[in-house]
Design a protein around this ligand. Structure first.
Ligand code: SAM
Length: 240
C-alpha cells in the first residue's frame, strides 16, 4: 500500500516511522511519503490560507494550493487513489471503514489546519474520475487543532489490518469491533498470577479451553453492557 500525507507540519508525522509501521516500511509492505503543503504555495510568503467568505473568525485553507498539491500527487500515482480529508464534520471512522480502506492500494491524506480546507476541494475531487473516491472522515466527536493526529490514527488502524503487518494475524480476530459477536474484548492478564494482592481469575489458569472461552465471552458481554450498550442494540434479533 502507498500512503501520501500532505501537511503544513511534516515532522508531526514522524511517529509513522516507528514500531509496526516503521518495520512494515522497511519490509516494503507499506510506503509512506510525507509532503509539505507549502511546497505548492507560489507567493513569496508561501501562503496557504485566506480569510473566510461570509466573515467570521479564523482562516480557511486555499483550494488553489490544495489543488496543486493533489494534482501533483495524482499525476505520479500508479492507480486511482482514495482521498481522505479528516474533518470533525465527516463520516465517523470505525473498524468497518478501516477494514475497507485496508484493501486499497493508494491512500492520500489531506491534513487541514485553521478552520479547515475550502469545501470545494472535496467537491471537485469527488467528481474527478482519476480518484477512486473521496472520504471526509471524523475520528470522533471533538475538535483537534489539525488533521495530522487524525490521519495517524486512521493510518495505524488501517495498516494493522494489512496481511503481514501484525506478528500474529489472529490477534485481530478477538479485537474489539472486529469480533463476530460485536462485543468489545474483555480483560486480559499475564504473569505473575498474583500482583499487589490481585489474583488472575482461576479459570484462566485451569487449562480448560471450553471454560476459558465461556468466561471470556461472559466478560466481553459484561464489559460491553457497561461501556458500550449501544453496540448491543445493533445485534440481530435471535431466531424464534
Ligand atoms: N471548524 C472546523 C469544524 O468545526 O468542523 C474544525 C477545524 S479544526 C480546528 C482543523 C482541522 O483539524 C480540520 O480541518 C481537520 O483536518 C482536523 N480535525 C479536527 N478535529 C477532527 C476530527 N474530530 N476528526 C478528523 N479531523 C479533525
Amino acid at each position: 500500500m502507498k500512503i501520501d500525507v500532505i501537511s503544513l507540519f511534516p515532522s508531526y508525522l514522524d511517529p509513522l516511522n516507528l514500531s509496526l509501521l516503521g518495520k512494515a516500511q522497511e519490509q516494503g509492505i507499506v510506503e509512506i511519503v510525507i509532503h509539505d503543503l507549502r511546497d505548492w504555495a507560489t507567493d513569496q510568503h508561501r501562503t496557504v490560507d485566506d480569510t473566510p467568505y461570509g466573515g467570521g473568525p479564523g482562516m480557511v485553507m486555499s483550494p488553489v494550493v490544495w489543488g496543486e498539491a493533489l494534482d501533483s500527487i495524482r499525476n505520479q500515482a500508479m492507480v486511482d487513489p482514495v482521498l481522505i480529508i479528516p474533518t470533525p464534520s465527516g463520516q465517523p471512522f470505525d473498524q468497518v471503514l478501516a477494514s475497507s480502506l485496508a484493501g486499497e492500494e493508494h491512500l492520500v491524506f489531506a491534513c487541514g489546519r485553521y478552520e479547515g480546507i475550502d469545501s470545494r476541494v472535496g467537491m471537485h475531487y469527488s467528481q474527478d474520475q482519476r480518484w477512486s473516491s473521496v472520504r471526509e472522515v471524523s475520528i470522533g466527536d471533538y475538535v483537534l487543532a489539525g488533521g495530522e493526529v487524525a490521519s495517524m490514527v486512521m493510518i495505524e488502524a488501517i495498516t494493522r489490518l494489512i496481511p503481514g503487518i501484525l506478528g500474529n494475524p489472529e490477534s485481530v480476530i478477538d479485537d474489539s469491533f472486529s469480533r463476530l459477536d460485536s462485543l468489545v474484548e474483555g480483560p486480559v492478564f499475564t504473569k505473575p498470577p498474583t500482583w499487589r494482592g490481585l489474583e488472575v481469575p482461576e479459570v484462566l489458569r485451569s487449562g480448560n479451553h471450553g471454560l476459558v472461552a465461556q468466561w471470556r465471552k461472559d466478560q466481553a458481554q459484561a464489559r460491553t453492557e457497561t461501556f458500550r450498550p449501544d453496540l448491543l442494540s445493533d445485534l440481530p434479533e435471535p431466531p424464534h
